[in-house]
Ligand binder design. Sequence first.
Ligand SMILES: [Zn+2]
Ligand SMILES: [Zn+2]
Length: 248
Amino acid sequence: MHQKGDTVVLHQEGRAVMGAVRGERYGAGVQKEYLVAAGGRDAWIPAETLEAYRPRPIYSRFQRHDLVKVYRGAGLVKARIVHVSATDYLVHYQGHSVDDDEWVPHYRVLEDKDFEIDPIRRRRPESDLHVQQLQIENKRLKDELAKTQALLAAAQKESAWVDECSQLQQKCLLVSDHCKKAVERVHGVLEEKQKVIDSWNCVVCLENQINCALVPCGHTFCLGCAVQLDKCPICRQTSVSPLPIFRP
Ligand SMILES: [Zn+2]
Ligand SMILES: [Zn+2]
């Protein structure tokens, strides 16, 4: 069924010619004819010898039975071309029921690269296998190298840490030694001070500070002890008497 203005293809003298539908009529009986302008003249052509002009598919990259990938939802699905129209493909999704077959626009259909690579692999299986083995070995060596480098880095870090610890320990020992010496010095000073203080105590009572001397021998005691002495306990001088003395 053609409409006025449609482009049609008619066969004239063994070749296909394009024409435009300008009118239609029923000829003798029920024979339908179209008035077609083709080759610069109009002619009535029987309907059954006309076919609708279908432009070649713009992306007729694929033919029936081709294996392709089709954008479906968020991903790509393997499919087989069932039919080809001007702009769409009827595809059958691999592993799906025929109920899922659908017409998809050409731009959703992609080449399936996997099917292109396979024949090449089949042609050169040994060299490919060798390349694959080398690639696997290469990857293994790379992994090993990365692991070794990581271990080495960790070991270097640890060694640096140990060195630092050792240095800190030495510093601590040094500081501790200094502290010890300082404490010893302080103790020495305190002892000396105590000696000085003790030496200024009365040798008789060992409690009171010296504040008098015996005349004439000159030995020193506290006044409390001195008044009770009739002779000096240090030099045995008799007839002594206390004389108060004063610190500077
Ligand atoms: Zn005394
Ligand atoms: Zn004396």
